[in-house]
Design a protein around this ligand. Structure first.
Ligand SMILES: [Zn+2]
Length: 445
């Protein structure tokens, strides 16, 4: 039996913070508390130090949060992150498809999966919904690498049987066989879960979309991931390909792909009927602000999502997105909403990247809270790194005379807006340390 106690400022959520509420009662802040972990799970949270039979790590003065959940990110696209000068459709042709072709090679897929998962952990992200490539081996490599690390990963081979180059297309029956094999081998094995993964409506024939719907019908508890309404040219093309559908989102609905485990990236160009459909089916949108800004796709409307009651989680969408850092992503989310005239609190943003994502994925018994019973998937953060952020944090704490101390929200917002992977001290998956910044340790006491 392994027993570990972490000391720090514990921050998590007990409910959904209202969009503009800086004093939300759903925020749970427990400064200088101990988090007790036994056999990979949180067993208690307390103000008093535990007994001598607990191994202790003292992170006094640091933040401890549930590990971030990135609900939409592409493993093979680390090769093309930060590629210049394209919008969605030419970006796919010019950069992404050539990069994905490399993942047909099992050795490339394996090395790519390991690099990718370690990179997530080095950014404080402990769980993710991930796109592999069309090649079965690319998803298998992710499942294998996630199993070694004990991470909660949701993925599956990508379905695409048209409008993609040679070497990146499958066919309906071959894809069905590959998916069935992955479901049998990986779905529910350890912390792995299978997602029926339609790249987007453009790259799947109606026959393949129907097959994807059949998989969801046949197997209970599968996830579904895809892209929707990211870019206006894309939306136009979908309308040409599926003239019978009411909207882009409706293409997926008609093929039985929308359910309470469906994660759709972007959802920028949706209308009211679409948002109602998301609410009614329980599907939710993964908001990808760095990608949406970088590719110039548009500004996601969080207020409308909230008004119509569908879920929103946060995602980096690397490589259209420009960083695996969820803190950078949340900071960009604030700016996107500011351009729409809405102010996103740090609470709404952080909630969507932790408990909100866990709830949207029906994994909140396991992820997203610092509470007895949950897996100890955690990240330890410095409140500030570097002279400017440290000064700003001192101002927020009231340590710069004669300025009065600011609210907890002011401090958390400054952390979220200025922070990135340099702030990360350590990541734990199921209580096991997986990433530790060099030169900075939780001193045993
Ligand atoms: Zn994407």
């Amino acid at each position: 039996m392994t027993r570990l106690a972490l000391r720090g400022d514990l921050l998590d959520f007990t409910g959904l913070p209202a969009l503009g509420d800086v004093d939300s009662p759903a925020v749970r802040f427990r400064p200088d508390h101990w988090l007790l972990i036994e056999d990979g799970r949180i067993v208690a949270v307390q103000a008093e130090a535990p007994g001598e039979d607990w191994r202790r790590e003292d992170h006094r003065g640091r933040l401890i949060l549930p590990g971030f959940v990135d609900t939409h990110v592409h493993c093979p696209q680390l090769d093309v992150i930060a590629s210049y000068g394209a919008t969605l459709l030419d970006w796919l042709q010019t950069y992404t498809f050539p990069a994905e072709q490399r993942f047909a090679d099992p050795a490339v897929a394996r090395a790519g999966a390991e690099l990718f998962l370690d990179a997530l952990l080095a950014h404080g992200t402990t769980a993710a919904v991930v796109f592999a490539t069309v090649h079965a081996v690319s998803a298998e490599a992710l499942f294998e690498a996630a199993s070694v690390r004990g991470m909660r990963i949701i993925t599956g081979k990508v379905l695409m049987d048209r409008h993609a180059p040679e070497g990146l297309r499958d066919d309906v029956e071959g894809a069905r066989r590959d998916c069935e094999a992955q479901i049998a081998r990986w779905h529910g094995q350890g912390r792995n879960a299978f997602a029926v993964t339609v790249r987007f409506a453009i790259t799947s024939t109606p026959a393949q979309l129907a097959m994807a719907g059949q998989l969801l019908q046949r197997h209970e508890g599968l996830y579904m991931q895809t892209h929707v309404a990211e870019n206006t040219d894309e939306v136009r093309w979908v309308r040409e390909l599926f003239p019978e559908a009411r909207s882009y989102l409706d293409v997926y609905h008609r093929h039985g792909l929308l359910n309470e485990r469906a994660v759709l990236a972007h959802g920028i160009w949706l209308d009211e009927a679409d948002r109602t459909l998301l609410h009614d089916t329980g599907a939710h949108i993964a908001f990808c602000p760095t990608s949406n800004l970088f590719l110039g796709s548009g500004l996601f409307d969080w207020q409308a999502a909230r008004s119509q009651g569908h879920g929103v989680s946060m995602a980096t969408d690397v490589g259209g997105g420009t960083s695996l850092s969820m803190l950078r992503t949340l900071a960009e989310a604030y700016k996107v909403q500011a351009l729409r005239g809405t102010r996103l609190t740090a609470w709404s943003a952080l909630h969507a990247a932790t408990l909100g994502a866990a709830q949207a994925l029906h994994l909140d018994h396991e992820l997203g809270r610092l509470e007895a019973g949950c897996m100890a998937d955690l990240a330890v953060w410095d409140w500030a790194v570097g002279p400017v952020a440290r000064h700003r944090d001192a101002v927020a704490r009231g340590a710069v005379s004669p300025l009065p101390a600011q609210s907890l929200h002011a401090r958390a917002f400054a952390w979220m807006t200025q922070g990135d992977d340099r702030n990360l001290v350590a990541s734990y998956v199921a209580g096991r340390l997986h990433h530790h910044r060099t030169g900075s340790s939780g001193e045993p006491v």
